[in-house]
Design a protein around this ligand. Sequence first.
Ligand SMILES: [Fe+2]
Ligand SMILES: [Fe+2]
Length: 370
Amino acid sequence: MVQEERVSKPNKGVAVTESSIVPSPTVQTAMPSPEQILADTEAAPKILDRLNIFPFDWRVETPRLMEIYESSRDPGWSPSKLPWDTLDVSKFTLDQRYAIAYWWTLLSVFDASGPAVFARAMIHAYEVHEEDAIRKCFFAVTRDEMNHEEVCGRAITMMTPNGPLGYEPETLLGKLARNNIEWLYHNGARYWTGYKKAVEHYPMPILFSSFLFGEVASSTLFHSMYESTDIPVFKEAFRNIGRDEGRHLSFCLALLKEILPRLSEEDKDIITKQFRAGFIFLSGILYEPPKEFWQLPDTFLPAQRLLEEKAREAGFNILTLEQRRENWRTAVVRLKTVVEPYGIKFPALPEVGIDGEDVAFDPDKIVPIF
Ligand SMILES: [Fe+2]
Ligand SMILES: [Fe+2]
């Protein structure tokens, strides 16, 4: 007997006939017995990859980190809600615009790299099965850094549409800014290559000590820029970014308070070296870029000096070199007082008049981040 075929249309345009349905692979006649199943179970293969996000657990070893994470869920501001309408770009000369965009581009090497850098750290924290609180805190910082990156982007593209590189500078100063920016990004790219290796190479206590340096630097920088700039929207941005960076600093301090007392002497020596590396990298914005890492032509600093002066003329008061040295020194002393009680030796930083250990510098393993 030929069975009548009923046609149903579960998906748009695809006709399925009942006779074409394959019977389900399991024919269930009675409820299975748990004892029987358990007797037949096999162990799942061990996950042998050194870096794998599976299996998961949600243990919390540092509850203070969870508290800070909780308070960071809503950073309380948004780049899109800053008073950008108060920024009348037409009031600035072309050179003033190039100069302000230039400073934000310099900042972008450190702060606009933040989302990618912290996201990478977050993935790494999953892969090495760090506690939930550490994963969460990296996520929170990634989120904040995305806001900081957005501010860099808005400032740069308002001052120089399609900036920092997608436009043709029309003045001498603009051309100098362009050349400097290309060199900055050349060094940013080298930093990223080193960072990717370093993040997998070092254990969390060392990574966090380096992050601590970045956060000390960034909170100091944004605080001083907040105080010195006369341009309202930038002042407001610096206030908010500075507060975020202060929270990142709290994350680092909360974790380090737990892990620094347990460090081996070898780890402590690596931290001393990483502090020197951090100082060299971060000096690129906090002070002046040292040659040990920064590959820059001889024209770089004179051009930067002209650009800074031009930005000051427009009310964007970048600190003078002397002010920067003092500021940087204060920040470094802050860091030194945090870590020295744990028996971590501080490196010599003669650039800002700090005595300490002489340590080698490896440009391939740079960790600090904003
Ligand atoms: Fe940042
Ligand atoms: Fe930060």
